[in-house]
Design a protein around this ligand. Structure first.
Ligand code: FDA
Length: 392
C-alpha cells in the first residue's frame, strides 16, 4: 500500500499551493488530478495572461454566507506574498487596472513556477488519475484511484467548483463533503454573462458587439466597468461582477455612460441649436443603436426645442437607472466561478480543516468563498492552499 502524509486531490491553483507548503514542512505529499495537465484554469485565465492576484484584495471582495471566514487566511498569505514568489522566479508582470496583476507573457509562467516549487518541496504529482472512492482507514483515509490505492493521514480536497465542465470540473468536492457530513451552501454560477428574453433581445437589434461604460448595480453592490451587448444578452466585466449578486426574477440597474450628464448636454445643445434632433445630440455621446433604443423607450421624438424640461429629466433618469431583468445566466458552461460550496461553518478558518473530520481539509473554489472578478479568486486559492499547507 502506497502511504503518504498528505494527499491532495486537485492540481489546480489551491492544490498546488498547498502541496508546496506541506512539502516544505517535510510532509510526504502526493497530488492527484484526473486531468492530463495541472493548472488548466490557470492556463486559460485572464485571456491567457492570468490575473494572478489583486493588490487590493481584502475580505470585502468576497461573497460567502459568512463574510468573516476568509479574513484569517487572506491576512496570513497576502497578494504581496504571492507577488514575491512571482518576482523570485523572474516572471514579468504588470498592473492592468484596479489593482489587477497579470503576467506580461503567458499564464504558463505561473504554472511552471508552481511546478518548480512543488519539485523543490518534493511533492509528487500524479496526473490522468481517476479517484473512484475515498474511505476512512486506520491511518486516516484510503483513496482508491485508477493508479492503485493510497493511504494518508491528511486528505485535502482541492477540486474546485462546477464551472466549465468541459475542462474537467466535476462537483467532486461536494460529493466528498457530503460523504463526510459537511454541509453545502447551494451552488450557482458566478461571474457569468446574463441572458435576456427574446422580446428584449429583439429590441437590442444591432447592439451585439457594442461596449459601453456602465455602473452596474444590484442592491448595495455597484461596479463601474465596461458592459458588452451580446447575441444572448449582456456580458463584459460590469455584468460578470453583478451576476454574482443577481438572483433569478430580479432586476439589475445600469447607469449608462456614467461620465455623461445627459441633462447638461441636452440643455447646452438646445442653447446652441434648438432645431437639432435629441437623437443626433445623444449619438455624439454614445453608440447610435443604443441612443435609438433609449430615446424610443423614453418615448422621446423631435427636436431639442420641442422637448420640455420634464422630458429631458425623464430621459436623464432613464439613462441613469436603466432597469434590465435578465432571463437567466449562461450557466456553468461559461461561468468563471461557482458561488456557494462547502459550508464555512463546518471548516476551521485558520487551517481549512473540517471541524468534525480530523485530517480532512477543503480549499479553493470548493469552499463557500467566492471573489469578485479581478484576481481575487486566485488570491483565495493561494491563501486557502497556504493555510491548509501549514497544518495538513
Ligand atoms: P481549479 O478548478 O483551478 O482546480 C481544480 C483541479 O481539480 C483541476 O485541476 C481539476 O482537473 C481537478 N479535479 C476536478 N475534479 C476532479 C476529480 N474528480 N478527480 C481528480 N481531480 C479533479 N480567477 C482569477 O483570480 N483571475 C483570473 O484571471 C481568472 N480567470 C478565469 C478565467 C476562466 C475562463 C475561468 C473559468 C476562471 C477564471 N478564474 C480567474 C477563476 C479561477 O480560475 C478559479 O477560481 C481557480 O482556478 C480556483 O482554483 P482551485 O484550485 O480551487 O480549482
Amino acid at each position: 500500500m502506497d502511504k503518504r502524509d498528505v494527499v491532495i486531490i486537485g492540481a489546480g491553483a489551491a492544490g498546488m499551493m498547498c502541496a508546496i507548503e506541506a512539502g516544505k514542512r517535510g510532509r510526504r505529499v502526493l497530488v492527484i488530478d484526473h486531468a492530463k495537465a495541472p493548472g488548466e484554469k490557470i492556463r486559460i485565465s485572464g485571456g491567457g495572461r492570468c490575473n494572478f492576484t489583486n493588490i487590493n484584495a481584502g475580505p470585502k471582495n468576497f461573497l460567502s454566507q459568512n463574510p468573516h471566514f476568509c479574513k484569517s487566511a487572506l491576512a496570513r498569505y497576502t497578494p504581496m506574498d504571492f507577488l514575491a514568489m512571482v518576482e523570485r522566479h523572474g516572471i514579468a508582470w504588470h498592473e492592468k487596472t484596479l489593482g489587477q496583476l497579470f503576467c506580461d507573457h503567458t499564464a504558463k509562467d505561473i504554472i511552471a513556477m508552481l511546478l518548480t516549487e512543488m519539485r523543490a518541496a518534493r511533492a509528487e504529482l500524479r496526473l490522468a488519475t481517476e479517484v473512484s472512492s475515498v474511505e476512512r482507514s486506520q491511518a486516516g483515509f484510503r483513496i482508491v484511484t485508477s493508479g492503485g490505492s493510497v493511504e494518508t493521514t491528511s486528505l485535502v480536497v482541492a477540486t474546485g467548483g462546477k464551472s466549465i465542465p468541459k475542462m474537467g470540473a466535476t462537483g467532486f468536492a461536494y460529493r466528498i463533503a457530503e460523504q463526510f457530513g459537511l454541509r453545502i451552501v447551494e451552488t450557482r454560477p458566478g461571474l457569468v454573462p446574463l441572458t435576456l428574453d427574446p422580446s428584449t433581445l429583439s429590441e437590442h437589434d444591432g447592439l451585439p458587439g457594442v461596449s459601453v461604460e456602465v455602473v452596474a448595480g444590484h442592491g448595495r453592490a455597484t461596479f463601474r466597468e465596461a458592459m458588452l451587448f451580446t447575441h444572448r444578452g449582456l456580458s463584459g466585466p460590469a455584468i460578470l461582477q453583478i451576476s454574482s449578486f443577481w438572483r433569478e426574477g430580479e432586476d439589475i440597474t445600469l447607469h449608462l455612460q456614467p461620465g455623461l450628464d445627459v441633462i447638461e448636454v441636452l440643455s447646452a445643445a438646445r442653447k446652441v441649436n434648438g432645431r437639432q434632433a435629441v437623437l443626433t445630440v445623444l449619438c455624439e455621446h454614445m453608440p447610435r443603436k443604443l441612443a435609438q433604443l433609449l430615446v424610443r423607450q423614453a418615448g422621446i421624438e423631435g427636436t431639442l426645442a420641442e422637448l420640455s424640461m420634464r422630458k429631458v429629466e425623464a430621459l436623464g433618469e432613464h439613462i441613469r437607472r436603466w432597469k434590465v431583468r435578465p432571463a437567466g445566466s449562461e450557466g456553468y458552461r461559461t461561468a468563471e466561478v461557482t458561488l456557494g460550496g462547502v459550508d464555512t461553518d463546518d471548516l476551521d478558518s485558520r487551517s481549512m480543516a473540517a471541524k468534525s473530520v480530523p485530517g480532512l481539509y477543503v480549499i479553493g473554489e470548493a469552499v463557500d468563498v467566492t471573489g469578485w472578478l479581478g484576481g481575487y479568486n486566485f488570491q483565495w486559492a493561494w491563501a486557502s492552499g497556504y493555510a491548509a499547507g501549514q497544518v495538513a
